[in-house]
Design a protein around this ligand. Structure first.
Ligand code: 5GP
Ligand code: MN
Length: 336
């Protein structure tokens, strides 16, 4: 569904716009939020981006980042900004639980405000007034691009917008490798390059800016932690809290680790289980027909067909056991 004309008309009378996204925002979450933020500013609005939690340092270089409010770090200010809002954009999520306290706040206070959802995840909840939603879109950044294009402004978009949208399309397509990399994605990317996005600089900022600790942690995980189960076409890793501490792992540092599991010949399903203390966070990635999101639904999660996540309140050992048990159930679907 694409309600660009309705959203455009609504914005003409909107005064206080807040842009929100999901917790632990990734490249698409921050790219779409800041891309839309720059665009709305160019229309004369004074939007404010609030994220439920912090996010990886590899995203802090993005234009506009210095003005982002992090709810967990500036809670009072966040609530004040939310209270003053008349329009709230929900980007890259369509289940309020993905917005943590901000999602809760919206659930309680949505009346009298206009909620605009822009998202590409399956099974959106109905908390919005308007939406641009397409689960076949590569990314929420692609949807923000379609919105700007639908408003007639893509031909003259500022380079900051192009840069932000490039980030999300690139990260959500795995650098234009995943099956969501359509001809349309390449057409949009070509246009973003024409509008001033600098591919080499963005690649460098995103992928060549890690700490030494993070690189050694990757090496350690691949050498000592990766378990390969050829009979299930699966590879997985379980990371303890102590290991995160040992390598001084920060928010965002485990991003990308799960993809290495899929790089092994014959592996169709890659899994990462990380003990985050309060809960065990799980990432699922598949190649081809295996539905990672159906698997994730057994761990209070979901997501896309080939990329999904979930969590477990059991111990790391119990979670691994449950995972292995479930793998046996899914075995027939994994053999291809
Ligand atoms: P990641 O493994 O990078 O944390 O998440 C990959 C994708 O899975 C996300 O883009 C999101 O769509 C989905 N996802 C991750 N965690 C959860 C979760 O707890 N619940 C749901 N419904 N989806 C999730
Ligand atoms: Mn996304």
């Amino acid at each position: 569904m694409n309600q660009t004309p309705e959203i455009k008309r609504h914005l003409e009378k909107s005064k206080n716009i807040v842009i929100t996204t999901h917790h632990k925002p990734d490249g698409d979450a921050m790219g779409s939020s800041l891309g839309l933020w720059h665009y709305l500013k160019s229309l004369g609005h004074q939007p404010i981006v609030i994220t439920p939690t912090d996010y990886g340092h590899f995203l802090h270089w993005m234009p506009g980042n210095e003005e982002v409010i992090v709810y967990t770090e500036q809670t009072e200010k966040s609530i004040q900004v939310l209270e003053e809002s008349d329009t709230i954009f929900c980007l890259d999520y369509s289940a309020l639980s993905r917005g943590n306290e901000i999602g809760e706040w919206i659930r309680k206070h949505r009346d009298g405000r206009c909620i605009v959802m822009m998202d590409h995840h399956l099974n959106p909840e109905a908390f919005d007034d308007f939406r641009i939603w397409d689960n076949h879109a590569s990314s929420t950044c692609e949807l923000v691009y379609r919105f700007i294009d639908g408003c007639g402004d893509s031909s003259h978009m500022a380079s900051q917008i192009a840069e932000c949208l490039y980030v999300g399309i690139m990260t959500d397509t795995g650098s234009f490798k995943f099956s969501n990399t359509t001809p349309e994605v390449h057409r949009i990317i070509a246009h973003l390059l024409e509008r001033g996005a600098q591919a080499q600089m963005i690649n460098n900022k995103l992928f060549d800016n890690f700490s030494e600790n993070r690189t050694r942690f990757m090496g350690y995980c691949l050498y000592a932690k990766l378990k390969v189960l050829p009979e299930y076409h699966t590879a997985y890793m379980c990371i303890t809290e102590a290991e995160l501490k040992q390598f001084d792992i920060q928010t965002g540092d485990t991003e990308g680790l799960v993809n290495y599991a899929l790089s092994i010949l014959g592996v169709n399903f890659g899994v990462l289980i990380v003990d985050r203390g309060v809960l065990r966070k799980m990432s699922f990635r598949s190649i081809g027909s295996f539905p990672a999101n159906v698997f994730a639904s057994h761990f209070n999660g979901g997501g896309h067909h080939n990329a999904s996540g979930g969590m477990s309140e059991c111990s790391l050992e119990e979670t691994e056991e449950k995972f292995l048990h479930l793998l046996e159930e899914f075995k027939p679907q994994l053999l291809y």
